[in-house]
Design a protein around this ligand. Structure first.
Ligand code: KG4
Ligand code: ZN
Length: 339
């Protein structure tokens, strides 16, 4: 099989990333410049600062991705860039840069949906994992249950009706006074807490694969405020562990139900929250009990990175799906509209 080298570029939020991936599966490099330390002091991502930092970093990050891969632009078959969803100013930096490279070096340009990128992270460093499968997408902006019918063929069967899972983790962390981004810090302190100490609501929403996380977020907020008013000390570890237990239980049960209902006995998880150690453990335990195969990317490829964009770009390249120079950022790009 001919080797197709795709250069991926990702700048949809607070990570500037570039990577080179061969045939959608083999990463030769993946450079990620995180802005977490900059945004930390504001308690969340400041869009204008994010765009400016992307501009400062994108050329260095891309050059490093090429040199780490021991390749030059002449060796690249196509440039895949995230076109949405995300922060419009941040997306525009990656898109403009990719267009410039594409035009000046006559390299094909491919636009990638950020969530499709997260899903394709499951192909990295894996020769065999392939559709059809059920994918649970859990990121800072999305919570979806998706049937991946084939490469580039998706049926979105569940979405959140309010907050995304990552958003709920980040908001609960903020209530507990933990630094941004909250998810990893909740994960960490929850290990020291009792997951059954507080009974936070588990919202299943009957007869649908949709999710809702704003109720549990408010419930944690009320619990903390009530304790403060009554001058009662709170146990942050127990709150984090109980919150995580409630959220993870719903995510795991709904995903397994969909796999059973569709008789698709392969599950994948994607997005930043897929780094969560409790989610990984619980999904693994339940899937093995049900005889369902589970795939989760390694943490580096769960949070935002360009290798996943390059992987997705390869499958679009294989179907001759290229972008033209009218390509624009779409902050609200929907997965199904994109296809
Ligand atoms: O996919 P991602 O990097 O960016 C988006 O596309 O949104 O996801 C970021 C989200 C944040 O909300 C972050 O708190 C969450 O993923 N996250 C985690 C963990 N690591 C990252 N949430 C729970 N546990 C973790 N270990
Ligand atoms: Zn993401």
């Amino acid at each position: 099989m001919k080797k197709i080298n795709i250069l991926g570029i990702e700048s949809s939020c607070d990570e500037t990333s570039a990577a080179v991936v061969v045939n959608g599966r083999i990463p030769l490099s993946c450079v990620i410049s995180s802005q977490i330390d900059i945004h930390k002091k504001y308690g969340g991502v400041v869009p204008e600062i994010a765009s400016r930092k992307h501009i400062e970093n994108i050329d260095t990050v891309t050059s490093k991705a090429l040199s780490d891969a021991n390749l030059e632009l002449k060796d690249i078959d196509a440039i895949a860039v995230t076109s949405g969803p995300g922060l419009v100013g941040a997306l525009l930096v990656g898109i403009s840069y990719a267009k410039g490279l594409s035009l000046s070096k006559n390299i094909k340009l491919i636009d990638v949906h950020h969530i499709e990128g997260h899903i394709c992270a499951n192909y990295l460093e894996d020769e065999n994992f392939a559709p059809p499968y059920i994918c649970l997408v859990v990121s800072g902006g999305h919570s979806n249950l998706i049937i991946v019918k084939d490469y580039n063929q998706y049926e979105v069967v569940g979405k959140t009706r309010d907050d995304a899972v990552g958003e709920a983790f980040d908001k609960v962390a903020r209530v507990l006074g933990l630094p941004y981004p909250g998810g990893p810090n909740i994960d960490l302190i929850a290990k020291e807490g009792d997951p059954f100490s507080i009974d936070f609501p588990k919202v299943y929403l009957d007869n649908t694969y949709d999710f809702s996380f704003s109720g549990i977020k408010s419930s944690v907020l009320n619990y903390v405020n009530k304790a403060k008013m009554q001058n009662i000390d709170i146990n942050k570890n127990n709150i984090a562990a109980s919150f995580q237990q409630a959220v993870v239980e719903v995510l795991v049960n709904k995903t397994i139900s969909l796999a059973k209902e569709t008789s698709i006995n392969k599950i994948a998880i994607a997005g930043g929250v897929a780094c969560n150690s409790f989610l990984r453990e619980c999904m693994y335990n339940k899937a093995s009990k049900e005889g369902i195969f589970l795939k989760i990317p390694k943490p580096l490829y769960c949070t935002d990175n360009a290798a996943m964009i390059a992987s997705s770009g390869f499958y679009l390249y294989s179907q001759n799906k290229y972008a033209d120079y009218f390509l624009n950022a779409n902050p609200n790009l929907k997965l199904v509209d994109f296809l």
